[in-house]
Design a protein around this ligand. Structure first.
Ligand code: BGC
Ligand code: MN
Length: 280
């Protein structure tokens, strides 16, 4: 006799959610964090988890551009693993680190994260996530609705107010289909700023809307850091955003993997890429 095992879908809104969260700002060692989460993640699981007793409704790759933010990363991992597990989704955390000495390019790192993550699993949803932002309410569901969602619309450092209507920085959820459709992020933005505005332009040019949760849900706490110097060239680049999106993005991405390690709490990928000689 063959036995048929029926497993049902996980609820869209998990019963583990509690609403408003506090942020634990105690910095733990990696060893303590690994110990704390050892019953959920194997030593080489790459921070990949899925519910055991139900079929997850979303498969979400969390892509984190990273360099030189060790304390933030530890606070982020501690907060996010607790937060994401309660939502009963399948997810993994990818830390895409840029090598030192070359200008930081957040957007290239996110494109690389996307390309590398799809080699591992059939993710249907991507959440591009700054390492210094943590959600303050677990009703902020990490999945991808039809339209791209700007998740971090109410951040403490902006007084929990949306700074401007088209902002799409910080934390953004987008389906695989739409990320491919808009050709990912532009690879041209070196230094701080503009790459998220360029991405918003791409999204809107493809007749997609930017949606958001109500302001009491999309609240984020920004971990303290010194503000980077904004890049001057971002304004010129933004002016040509419409002309570039077809040729500057996923389809023109070039990079080198320097190292890739599936650690217990995250998949770590160290990357490098070429950059123009003159950047302001
Ligand atoms: C920059 C964006 C940034 C936003 C909020 C804008 O001026 O171009 O990249 O996300 O400010 O800080
Ligand atoms: Mn920041």
């Amino acid at each position: 006799m063959c036995q048929i095992i029926l497993t049902s879908f996980c609820p869209f809104i998990s019963s583990h959610l509690s609403g408003k969260l506090s942020v634990d700002e105690n910095v733990q060692t990696y060893r303590d964090l690994e110990e704390k989460y050892s019953s959920f993640f194997g030593p080489e699981s790459g921070g990949h988890w899925k519910p055991k007793d139900c079929l997850p409704q979303s498969k979400v790759a969390i892509i984190v551009p990273y360099r030189d933010r060790d304390v933030h990363l530890r606070l982020f991992l501690n907060h996010m693993h607790e937060f994401l597990r309660k939502q009963l989704i399948e997810y993994a955390i990818y830390i895409i680190e840029e090598v030192p000495m070359i200008p930081f390019n957040r957007a290239i790192l996110m494109n690389i994260g996307y390309k590398e993550a799809i080699k591992d699993n059939d993710w249907d949803c991507f959440v591009f996530h700054d390492v210094d932002l943590v959600p303050e309410d677990d009703r902020n569901l990490y999945h991808c609705p039809y339209y791209p969602r700007h998740m971090s619309s109410n951040v403490n450092t902006f007084g929990y107010v949306l700074p401007y209507k088209e902002i799409l920085g910080g934390v953004t959820a987008i389906s695989k289909e739409h990320f491919e459709k808009v050709n990912g992020f532009s690879n041209s933005y070196f230094g701080w700023g503009g790459e998220d505005d360029d991405f918003a332009e791409r999204v809107l040019l493809h007749n997609l809307k930017i949606i958001r949760y109500p302001d009491y849900i999309s609240r984020y706490f920004m971990l303290a850091h010194k503000k980077d110097v904004p890049s001057k060239q971002r304004f010129n680049l933004l002016e040509s955003a419409k002309k570039r999106f077809k040729t500057d993005g996923l389809n023109s991405l070039q990079y080198r993997i320097e190292s890739k390690v599936y650690q217990r709490l995250f998949s770590w990928i160290l990357v490098s890429f070429d950059y123009p000689i003159k950047i302001d």
